[in-house]
Design a protein around this ligand. Structure first.
Ligand code: MLT
Length: 324
């Protein structure tokens, strides 16, 4: 009798979650962005969720939870109820570089998430304050050779994209600047424009408008081709530092255990957003790279995360990055 009751409860439970997934979503969804508002991850999140909300018929509310290079917000999201009502925007730092820099990281990027899909590729630029005493990358490198110890570099916390790509840049040019941490590159960019910090390596979607406006200097983009959004900015290869090639990415994740039907609905909404003309234009005007159709699946994101963790760990160790 007890066994029958238990089986019945299990069946009813499954039926209920099946029904829940079927009717999902029935209320607003929270997306945790693990950096300060206004920065690149926040910008990508707000652009894609704008259209996703329309497809899903429920608002996706952005909650900025910054700290520890993004790992604070991602930890909170990973530990939230896996019912589809809490999702997150992770990236190359939180789901690639962080394991190398946080030995006690409270999540495993390759195991503790239900990948939803890639949202945007975000090439990396070397940018500096407007009155930095160098007109091009060669001048910048010469200045760093002579005065590297007097220069500071902004970043969004250990393990963030701007930190890990900055560490890689500094190790290639042999520089040891003073590292200045922010809760995101949104606030770091404000200080760069205020000339209170010297340079950083940041995602194009954050800095493109200020470069186009002449408010900061851009020395090079770390991709094989120039960006259509910044045709005057040379590639690192053109600027004489071809060894520095790196591009970041931002992607949507849910906590592990989120029902497959819910994952499918969220992925469908993201794919529809990335096919929407206006959403594409908003990302591309900022230099964002739209993932190719085959790169928009949960499986493809899982593979990307696994390969990024495997790639960044030795790179950051070789660059002598200090773990937290
Ligand atoms: C941000 O949104 O502030 C960035 O993604 C931070 C970073 O990882 O550099």
């Amino acid at each position: 009798m007890k066994k029958i009751a238990l089986a019945l409860t299990a069946i009813l439970g499954l039926a209920a979650s099946g029904a829940q997934a079927q009717n999902y979503p029935t209320r607003p969804i929270t997306m945790i962005v693990p950096f300060a508002a206004g920065g690149p991850t926040d910008v990508v999140a707000r652009i894609v969720t704008d259209h996703m909300s329309r497809t899903l018929g429920q608002q996706i509310v952005i909650e900025n939870v910054a700290g520890a290079g993004g790992t604070t917000g991602i930890t909170r999201a990973a530990q939230s109820q896996p019912d589809g009502y809490t999702i997150m925007m992770g990236h190359m730092g939180t789901h690639g570089a962080a394991p190398a820099l946080y030995p006690n990281l409270r999540y495993d990027p390759t195991k503790d998430f239900a990948p939803i899909g890639l949202a945007a590729g975000t090439p990396i630029l070397i940018v500096a304050r407007k009155d930095f005493p160098a007109k091009d990358l060669k001048g910048f490198l010469d200045h760093m050779k002579a005065n590297g110890d007097k220069v500071n570099m902004a970043h969004a916390g250990v393990g963030s994209v701007s930190h890990s790509t900055g560490i890689l840049f500094n190790s290639i040019i042999g520089a040891k600047p003073t590292m200045v941490a922010y809760r995101g590159t949104g606030p770091a960019l404000n200080d760069l424009m205020a000339n209170t910090v010297d340079y950083m390596t940041d995602q194009i979607v954050n800095v493109a408008p200020q470069i186009q406006g002449g408010n900061i200097k851009a020395y090079a983009i770390a991709t094989p081709e120039r960006s259509p959004a910044l045709p005057d900015v040379p590639t690192t290869k053109e600027a004489g530092l071809g060894d520095y090639q790196v591009s970041a990415w931002n992607a949507v994740f849910a906590p592990k255990g989120t029902p497959p039907d819910v994952v499918a609905k969220l992925n469908d909404a993201l794919v529809k957003a990335l096919s929407d003309e206006n959403t594409r234009k908003r990302l591309q005007d900022l230099g964002g790279v739209i993932p190719a159709p085959e790169e928009r699946t949960p499986e493809s994101l899982q593979k990307l995360v696994e390969s990024e963790v495997a790639r960044w760990t030795p790179v950051l160790q070789a660059a002598g990055a200090k773990a937290e």
